[in-house]
Design a protein around this ligand. Structure first.
Ligand code: HEC
Ligand code: HEC
Length: 327
């Protein structure tokens, strides 16, 4: 296009106007690009998130090292074998995760979560220190305990150390705090009738409520006169021992109990011990005093403030009754 001689010509003006608009657009583009790199948009960054003594940055490395994303989705990435983990920390809270991760092959029962709340650091992170208040604050934990507590899961037991568990929880705390604009979406299953959409039967309710009863008020099962061995068997279920220990020689997270009583145990410090009453009693109260060779220290929780002397006696009697047997 060019100007016709003799006609008024506005081409220069139009060109300058177009260049000015282009310039303004360019400035807006540069400004917005810069803004997208600013941390100050209120989004959390992993280096600022800590869970007790553990950092979310280390947790992200552990998450990658164990290839959790090979089975789980998180923040929109990963595989669909396991459930999405992005907002899990908000739903189930730290004490449930502390109870679940070391023995992921089994869903924690109420006793295992209550035990974690005895730990000051965990109770501080949770913001509550009784199991009742905890289940109110984190309804996802109560739902899991009721529906599946004490039952096996489809997730393998992974050989975590104490630090790795804390770091993973720090990482999940971070992803929970992220603003994901509503991701993952909540599935709408209300009104659907096919079996997969209806909740599982309340499997572990009896055990869950028995275990929630305060240590003073004996659970219903314990009021009926039962043999010491039978009481011990109930106690190891209610307190979550069976998530880590099998009654046979099978190794789960910890050694199997079959044939343990009276045997000679190799300890991590190179010495040996006889698995008698005193050994098992000490194991329950000071679990890291004598650590079994081939296992990590710090995984077995202390039951010092949970089990009284009679209950410990019943557990010892139960373990003593277990003969060596293959799973
Ligand atoms: C081999 C596959 C696999 C791997 C690897 C795996 N998981 Fe899982 N995980 C599962 C499955 C399957 C479930 C659900 C179990 C069920 O419903 O029985 C699950 C459940 C969970 C849950 C409970 C979720 C809920 O909503 O209750 C958490 C937490 C979890 N996994 C964390 C992890 C972390 C952290 C890692 C990596 C360190 C990991 N998982 C690695 C398969 C896996
Ligand atoms: C989170 C997993 C976990 C839970 C829950 C747990 N333990 Fe353990 N336990 C371990 C591990 C790991 C070891 C081996 C390392 C060690 O000695 O600390 C172990 C070791 C033991 C031993 C010594 C076994 C041997 O072969 O010498 C006994 C006995 C024992 N636990 C009893 C119990 C009882 C009873 C409970 C419940 C009141 C319980 N544990 C709960 C993980 C657990």
């Amino acid at each position: 296009m060019s100007c016709t001689p003799g006609q008024p010509c506005a081409e220069g003006v139009k060109r300058r106007r177009a260049l000015a608009v282009l310039g303004v657009m360019g400035l807006i583009f540069i400004a917005l690009s810069a803004a997208s790199f600013l941390d100050s948009r209120g989004q959390v960054v992993p280096s600022n998130v800590r869970y007790a003594d553990f950092g979310a940055v280390e947790g992200k490395r552990i998450f990658q090292a164990y290839n959790c994303m090979g089975c789980h989705t998180i923040v929109g990435n990963g595989a669909y074998f396991g459930p999405d983990l992005t907002k899990l920390y908000d739903k189930v809270g730290p004490a449930w995760l502390e109870a679940f991760l070391p023995s992921a092959g089994s869903w924690p029962a109420a006793g295992a979560v209550r035990l974690q709340l005895q730990n000051k650091a965990i109770a501080t992170e949770a913001g509550v220190d009784t199991i009742e208040a905890y289940l109110d604050k984190y309804p996802g934990a109560g739902e899991r305990i009721q529906r599946r507590g004490g039952h096996p899961t489809n997730m393998p037991n992974l050989p975590f150390t104490r630090e790795e568990i804390g770091e993973l929880i720090a990482f999940l705390k971070y992803t929970s705090a992220m603003n994901t604009e509503g991701w993952p979406p909540k599935p709408k299953v209300d009104g659907l009738r096919f079996p997969q959409a209806t909740p599982l039967p309340v499997a572990a309710q009896a055990t869950a409520t028995a275990a929630v009863a305060p240590p003073g008020g004996a659970p219903a099962a314990a009021r009926v006169p039962v043999s010491k061995v039978a009481l011990g068997e109930t106690l190891v279920k209610d307190n979550g021992c069976t998530a880590c220990h099998a009654p046979t020689t099978q190794k789960l997270v910890g050694p199997g109990w079959g044939g343990l009583y009276g045997s000679t145990v190799q300890l991590a410090d190179g010495s040996t011990a006889t698995a008698d009453d005193a050994f098992i009693e000490e194991k329950l109260v000071k679990p890291d005093a004598k650590v079994v060779a081939g296992y990590a220290a710090g995984l077995m929780p202390s039951f010092a403030h949970v089990l009284d002397a009679d209950q410990i006696g019943a557990i010892v009697a139960y373990i003593r009754s277990l003969k060596e047997s293959k799973p």
